[in-house]
Design a protein around this ligand. Structure first.
Ligand code: HEM
Length: 116
C-alpha cells in the first residue's frame, strides 16, 4: 500500500506535521486554522490520511464534507494546500512518483472541502 511505501504511521504523521507548518506559514490559507488546536488537527488528519493510503485503521472521525461545510474554501485555496502537502512529502525525501500518488489520494477530498 502507499501507507507502507511511505513508511507507516510515524512517517505519515511527520509529513502531516510539516504540512500544517507549511500551511501556517502561508498567509493565504493560515487564517482558516485560527483557534484550532494544531496538535489535534495534525493527529486527526494523519489518521485520515493513513486510512485513505491503505493503512490498517479505518477513519473513525467526522465526515469531511460536514466538517468543511461553510468554511468557504475555494478551489484555488485547496490547490495551494495540496502544494503544501507536496512540499512536505518532497522535503521528507519521498520519491517523486510516490509524492504524486499520495497527492492524488489527498485530491479525492477536494469535492468535500471546496464550497466556494
Ligand atoms: C478539520 C480546514 C483540507 C482533513 C478541519 C478544520 C479546519 C479545516 C479549519 C477544523 C474544524 C474544526 O475543528 O472545527 C481545511 C482547509 C483545507 C482543508 C482550509 C484546504 C484548503 C483538508 C484536507 C484533508 C483534511 C486536504 C485531508 C487530506 C481534515 C480532517 C479534519 C479537518 C481529518 C478533522 C475532522 C474531525 O474533526 O473529525 N479542516 N481543511 N482537510 N480536516 Fe481540513
Amino acid at each position: 500500500t502507499l501507507f507502507e511505501q511511505l513508511g507507516g504511521e510515524a512517517a505519515v504523521t511527520a509529513v502531516t506535521t510539516q504540512f500544517y507548518a507549511n500551511i501556517q506559514a502561508d498567509a493565504t490559507v493560515a487564517n482558516f486554522f485560527n483557534g484550532i488546536n494544531m496538535a489535534d488537527q495534525t493527529n486527526k488528519t494523519a489518521s485520515f490520511l493513513c486510512a485513505a493510503l491503505g493503512g490498517p485503521k479505518a477513519w473513525g472521525g467526522r465526515n469531511l464534507k460536514e466538517v468543511h461545510a461553510n468554511m468557504g474554501v475555494t478551489n484555488a485555496q485547496f490547490t495551494t494546500v495540496i502544494g503544501h502537502l507536496r512540499s512536505a512529502l518532497t522535503s521528507a525525501g519521498v520519491a517523486a512518483a510516490l509524492v504524486e500518488q499520495t497527492v492524488a489520494v489527498a485530491e479525492t477530498v477536494r469535492g468535500d472541502v471546496v464550497t466556494a
